[in-house]
Design a protein around this ligand. Structure first.
Ligand SMILES: Cc1cc2nc3c(=O)[nH]c(=O)nc-3n(C[C@H](O)[C@H](O)[C@H](O)COP(=O)(O)O)c2cc1C
Length: 223
């Protein structure tokens, strides 16, 4: 598979088949992604892959906490700035509207939206859940490095016929995840990622997001 093909066919997959992913495949993907560059070659990423019992136990633990903390635990970082401005506000809004439209959930249907959002905390039914961490003392450049590592994982997954969904939503369960995995206190949970085989028949997977044209954000000079 060409890189361009992996890029073009990657999409956020939000419904998976129960087909297990072999440990060797997960290992191969995480291992190949080590080639990701990072400033100063710090390689600040830390990742934990869960499947089977450990995955089910974590999901059950999170589920048991929802009645007490419906919005999760006090966040460690803001996923978005408090009041988004244009063009980001409209892009975020459209992304949400288009997602809920695929499953016929209307704007007023708060419960329907909540139920779909809650699927984040089941890794959308994926057989593998990945959790990405970095040392909380690191700064924005290292956050960007971990994002690049995640992109490598997402593209390599395509090469194996697998799909993914990056999930910042997991960051609101940082305490529960930390306790469950017995993480050292310096590790911060940046995001989760669902990994598995795409359920082609699921309406939610029909969503194809658009992108602003090149000329809106790029300038080429001196060519
Ligand atoms: C770092 C990161 C975190 C994300 N977090 C979530 C999430 O918590 N839940 C979700 O459903 N999608 C999440 N997404 C998916 C984005 O909404 C998606 O990438 C974007 O709308 C573009 O669509 P595409 O991935 O299908 O091309 C995340 C994506 C990234 C890169």
């Amino acid at each position: 598979m060409k890189v361009s093909e992996a890029l073009a066919t990657r999409m956020s997959c939000r419904a998976f088949l129960p087909t297990p992913v072999p440990e060797s495949t997960v290992r191969e993907i995480l291992d190949a992604a080590r080639q990701t560059p990072s400033g100063g070659n710090l390689q600040p990423w830390q990742v934990c892959a869960l499947t089977g019992h450990p995955l089910r136990d974590l999901l059950a633990r999170v589920k048991s906490k929802v009645p007490l903390h419906p919005r999760g635990e006090p966040p460690e970082y803001d996923i978005y700035p408090p009041a988004l401005w244009e063009p980001y506000r409209s892009r975020r809004f459209k992304c949400g509207e288009d997602l809920y439209a695929t499953i016929g959930v209307k704007r007023e249907d708060k419960l329907g939206r909540l139920l779909q959002f809650a699927r984040n905390y089941e890794f959308f039914g994926a057989p593998v859940g990945l959790l990405f961490f970095l040392d909380r003392r690191l700064g924005p450049p290292q956050w960007s490095d971990i994002g690049m590592y995640m992109q490598s994982v997402m593209l390599l997954a395509r090469e194996h016929g697998l799909d993914t969904c990056a999930q910042e939503a997991w960051s609101v369960w940082h305490r529960t995840v930390g306790e469950f995995l017995r993480l050292p206190p310096e590790l911060l949970l940046f995001a989760g990622m669902a990994l598995g085989y795409r359920d082609e028949s699921a309406p939610v997977n029909r969503l194809r997001t658009d992108r602003a044209p090149l000329d809106e954000f790029a300038e080429l000079r001196g060519f």
